[in-house]
Design a protein around this ligand. Sequence first.
Ligand code: FAD
Ligand code: MLT
Ligand code: ZN
Length: 482
Amino acid sequence: MPDTPMPLIPTLPAGLLDALHGVLGSRGVVTDPLDLEPHLSDWRGLYRGASPALLRPASTEELAAAMRLLYEAGVPVVPQGGNTSMVGGAMPDESGRQVILSLSRLNRIRDLDPLDMTMVAEAGVVLKTAQDAAAAAGCLFPLSLGAEGTATIGGVLSTNAGGNTTVRYGNARDLMLGLEVVLPDGGVISGLRRLRKDNTGYALRHLMVGAEGTLGIVTAAVLRLFPRPRAEAIALCAVESEDAALALFRRFRDRDEGAVRAFEYMAGQGMDLVLRHVEGATLPLSERAEHYVLVDLSSSRPDADLRGLMEAVLEEALEAGEVLDAALAESEAQRAAIWRLREEHPEAQKREGASVKNDVSVPVSRVPELIRRSNAALKALIPGARPVPFGHMGDGNIHMNLEQPEGMDPGVFLALSHEIMDCVNAIVRDLDGSFSAEHGVGRLKPDMLAEWRGGAELDAMRRIKAALDPKGLLNPGKVLPA
Ligand code: FAD
Ligand code: MLT
Ligand code: ZN
């Protein structure tokens, strides 16, 4: 029997489509291929899927009703937030059977309480909007990452995103007190409790965080807020080596652990790409270096002398030969310009050509060894390829990315992705690290999950999945290996 050709425009059974229209209204069901288009490929350009429809519920009740219909019909569902996943987590597959569920219309901030220091935000609220709402109320929502203008609260919780401030505030999980979740069969867990203590059975909210949309749909969350910073000091430093970068981190931590809000490492190679590709980007130092560090200090105390702390520690480190040069931000514009040099790393790598990402973590003490050994191994593996390590040194998460050799066909380079990831992962394993620090497993890394978390751990994950999603309809093909 010949294979049935895949329809060019996949469709849902007419009866189901009518029923979905009935619960979601005409704005809630999108089938026009032009409107579907932006939802069918990922930020990295690794995947291209097909889908019969994009559903856009406007409330938790609408979503629950739609999920009941899809569950009965046995239709698989792929949740999508801002679609900034680095591991293809929000992509439907190529079968044309998987419906995409966008949370973009669930975008209200339901409540913000500066005394409880909590915000109740719906899943489709963009991270930057949540940060701005907290700031407007004199508070801080500290999660911060390069994609914050697009990534959503549902997405950052479902991936347990980390970003730049993990060193002080932890990951998304640590910033969540309660969750509202719709289960695959349409059941609703109404767990929007704003409690700091709540030991009432299994902490299902924590199971949902980092589950990448495979166990339930996050519709709203109680987020933790913090006092807003009233004193800040930010510097870009050229440092002598990876070890010198770590020594500098230790100097700050030893002086005042609580002052460090972010401590980011960047290799010279990556900074060169940012300076080449990002309009207006300039290096505020006298010359190029092989290694840079961005130090960001902040305090909620207006009288905290962070500039004094910054200058004192940098002076010591200059004398010790660890720091070669440093620029302290004197204004908000300079502060933003320094952060831009760091945040534009992913975009600059993209503009330079194809790159393979290794989002890995190791104990903080082993970061220099990770970078050195991986650089050497990657250069030996693919002559001419350019390692571009950068990232969240203060929490042990380095993006050990590899940029293609100049002039190489991007497709040829990307065909080597698995060898490249294996090469770095062998070193990461040796250093007691993890193959995915913050981007998750998604569609890209289920095989790695099997390899690294096999046996009882993977078995327990499979049983949880089977219990909550017995028909296997939620984000199939993601996280768990087939
Ligand atoms: P999507 O990409 O849409 O989805 C991510 C996953 O969550 C998918 O599996 C999806 O199915 C699921 N999902 C989405 N919404 C829901 C929901 N409501 N309920 C259940 N499941 C859902 N990540 C970091 O951790 N740290 C970084 O520093 C960082 N920097 C980045 C920089 C750039 C330029 C980019 C493009 C991405 C970066 N990321 C980073 C990766 C990415 O994980 C985060 O941007 C964010 O967590 C994804 O949010 P999103 O709304 O775009 O989710
Ligand atoms: C970042 O921290 O900028 C991203 O998580 C890293 C990446 O794009 O590899
Ligand atoms: Zn990162």
